[in-house]
Design a protein around this ligand. Structure first.
Ligand code: HEM
Length: 148
């Protein structure tokens, strides 16, 4: 009897190990969609709301946003992050080049905005690995925003 129990326990452990290995493999081959990792639309909205507060309290960049319609910025920033993270959105705002042309965004201002976004993602409890995936995609847009 106890042999049978040990045997089935062993089999159970094997099955569990197999499931864990398969999960580890699928995790490597198909990382979770970035949009989902950010918490989908609700998660991105939360990040954006924290981001707006960070910007409002950041004297390094606030001057750039002096005449900005915050509701419009919020709407299109959410849409943009959704698109950038492979979410189910079409970005319908102005192009990044058209939006930021003439603003004289400096490298320092760009870095400050990145820090504000990181602070916002921390407040929204986004895992560091997920944060880095979004930041890497944003870094690729640097040239479209900095047009000195
Ligand atoms: C990769 C980095 C960035 C991304 C993805 C981004 C994205 C966006 C998006 C989607 C909008 C809304 C566009 C629209 O209204 O149609 C926007 C607006 C704006 N962005 Fe950025 N942005 C970035 C960096 C920056 C930086 C570094 C600054 C300045 C420090 C900045 C300043 C602004 C301002 C002031 C507006 C509002 C424009 C207005 O009032 O019409 N952005 N940005």
């Amino acid at each position: 009897m106890s042999m049978i129990r040990n045997f089935s326990l062993g089999k159970g452990l094997c099955a569990l190990t197999l499931v864990m290995l398969l999960n580890a493999c699928s995790g490597t081959q198909h990382p979770e969609n970035l949009y989902s990792a950010l918490g989908g639309e609700a998660g991105i909205a939360t990040i954006t709301d924290y981001f707006i507060v960070e910007i409002a309290n950041d004297e390094r960049v606030i001057a750039y946003f002096e005449d900005t319609n915050v509701e419009r910025f919020r709407y299109f920033f959410i849409e943009h992050v959704c698109m950038l993270s492979d979410g189910p959105c079409e970005y319908t705002g102005d192009s990044l080049v058209d939006t930021h042309v003439g603003m004289n965004v400096t490298g320092a201002a760009f870095n400050a905005i990145v820090e504000d976004l990181m602070a916002a993602m921390n407040k929204a409890d986004i895992a560091i690995g997920t944060q880095n995936r979004l930041l890497a995609r944003m870094a690729e847009l640097r040239e479209q925003v900095i047009q000195l």
